[in-house]
Write a protein of this length. Structure first.
Length: 127
């Protein structure tokens, strides 16, 4: 089944890298891209989002703040928080929100693991 994935990162190059990693396993998924939290929220109002991958370090609100807002609005949304900054506090806060922490740069194996978890979560919600 094809889903819509929201990719949020202030770096166009990082968004392209995530999109490339997804293409191999989920080429039929639609990608929605945003450079910051405000753009991401606007996209979620315009289009259905099934999975979200959020950068932690962004101008304005960070990925944790965006994840918390998305979690409040969409309790079942699979969320991945991506960051090179893997301090225990950030990883713990991501888990408290219900997001999966992925270390940047995201490896294909880590992306595949996250996507498998997301698909499993979506299968439960779709029932």
């Amino acid at each position: 089944m094809a889903y819509n994935i929201l990719i949020v990162d202030d770096s166009k190059l990082a968004r392209m890298a995530v999109a490339k990693a997804l293409r191999g396993q989920h080429g039929d998924w639609a990608r929605l891209e945003a450079a910051n939290a405000d753009e991401a929220i606007a996209l979620t109002r315009q289009s259905r989002v099934d999975v979200a991958l959020l950068d932690f370090n962004m101008p304005g609100r960070d990925g944790l703040a965006l994840a918390a807002e998305l979690r409040e609005r969409y309790p079942d949304l699979p969320i991945g928080l991506v960051s090179a900054n893997h301090q225990i506090e950030i990883v713990s806060r991501a888990r408290e929100i219900g997001a999966i922490f992925l270390t940047k740069p995201v490896t294909e194996a880590a992306m595949n693991d996250f996507m498998a978890q997301a698909i499993a979560q979506l299968a439960v919600v779709d029932r």
